[in-house]
Ligand binder design. Structure first.
Ligand SMILES: NC(=O)c1ccc[n+]([C@@H]2O[C@H](COP(=O)([O-])OP(=O)(O)OC[C@H]3O[C@@H](n4cnc5c(N)ncnc54)[C@H](OP(=O)(O)O)[C@@H]3O)[C@@H](O)[C@H]2O)c1
Length: 281
């Protein structure tokens, strides 16, 4: 049977690399990324995508440096919002569905229970605003779309939190990690499986896809060290101590309501995902 041709923007990134590998057995994934492909250039973006004639696009390219977005908001909106509009233009021309990868940072973190797909959004930093504006374009300009919000990604490819913690641990450093932000750490490979499930099911709309259960960064770091058999000292600190440019939501746990209730698909919990990450790294 002919495999569906899927174009992945940002295919060299942490998620994009895993998508290319995870989709290959069932689909025909083709990647585009910087420097040859820049989504801020509308004509070039439309030309590059339409030339490939994909049957679906997964738009994973983004300016993901949260503090960088705060310092350079023009770049954040150029890439994450208007860049998304340029990818949309190509999908509209080809009349194909778009899968937009979005973020828990569209929420303000004031809720005390996991965020569902239709909870009100209210980003508190430029990154979240630029990604939410991208969501608005997707849902207003296209009929055929999946918006998939995920959070706290870690995975086999590229820089991620567990790798940073393990690098510091290997240098024998004492670790200081924030304990006043709670979220859902999510393994890119588990996210890829949920993306495949959503695409195959074909029901358009907004989805949350994160590993189950929650943790603070401190709890996550403690589990990483324990899982890797490291004995470094680790200290919880308040996020104010880090003096970062962008605010982070205090609580951004995602509930995968649509995946679970409509697609009967359960994501594994993050503790299980971390075990697999540590085994395969
Ligand atoms: N990481 C997380 O914790 C997290 C959480 C929730 C949602 N997400 C979303 O998940 C998606 C994938 O995230 P990720 O962590 O895999 O990000 P990533 O590793 O930073 O990958 C993003 C890719 O997009 C590329 N890119 C940046 N600007 C571009 C442009 N103007 N034109 C074309 N490509 C461009 C990057 O290239 P360069 O590296 O050369 O800049 C990179 O290869 C993003 O949409 C992100 O918003 C991520």
């Amino acid at each position: 049977m002919k495999k569906l041709k899927i174009l992945i923007t940002g295919y060299k990134g942490m998620l994009g690399t895993d998508l290319m590998a995870s989709l290959a057995p069932s689909f025909n994934p083709i990647g585009l990324d910087l420097p040859e492909f820049n989504i801020t250039q509308k004509d070039d973006t439309v030309k590059a995508i339409t030339a490939i004639r994909p049957e679906l696009v997964i738009h994973a390219a983004a300016y993901t440096d949260v503090d960088g977005c705060e310092k350079w908001p023009e770049k954040a909106f150029a890439v994450n919002t208007r860049g998304t509009a340029n990818v949309i233009a190509a999908c509209a021309e080809l009349k194909i569905p778009l899968t937009y990868i979005s973020t828990d940072f569209v929420f303000d973190g004031k809720k005390k229970s996991p965020y569902r797909e239709y909870d009100p959004t209210n980003p508190i930093q430029v990154y979240g605003r630029s990604k939410l504006d991208g969501e608005f374009y997707v849902s207003r300009l296209l009929k055929k779309f999946f918006i998939i919000r995920t959070s706290w990604l870690f995975g086999k490819y590229g820089k991620c939190f567990p790798r940073t913690i393990l690098d510091q641990a290997e240098k024998g450093e004492e670790l200081r990690v924030v304990n006043d932000q709670t979220g859902s750490p999510t393994l890119t490979n588990d996210l890829c499986q949920s993306i495949i499930k959503i695409i195959k099911n074909g029901e358009y709309g907004i989805y949350h896809a994160a590993n189950q259960d929650s943790a603070s960064w401190f709890e996550f770091a403690t589990a990483i060290l324990k899982g890797a058999g490291k004995k470094n000292l680790i200290q919880p600190i308040g996020s104010k101590k880090l003096k970062r440019a962008a605010a982070r939501p205090a609580y951004s746990v995602l509930e995968n309501s649509v995946l679970e209730n409509s697609l009967n698909f359960q994501m594994p919990n993050w503790q299980d995902a971390l075990k697999r990450f540590l085994t395969n790294r």
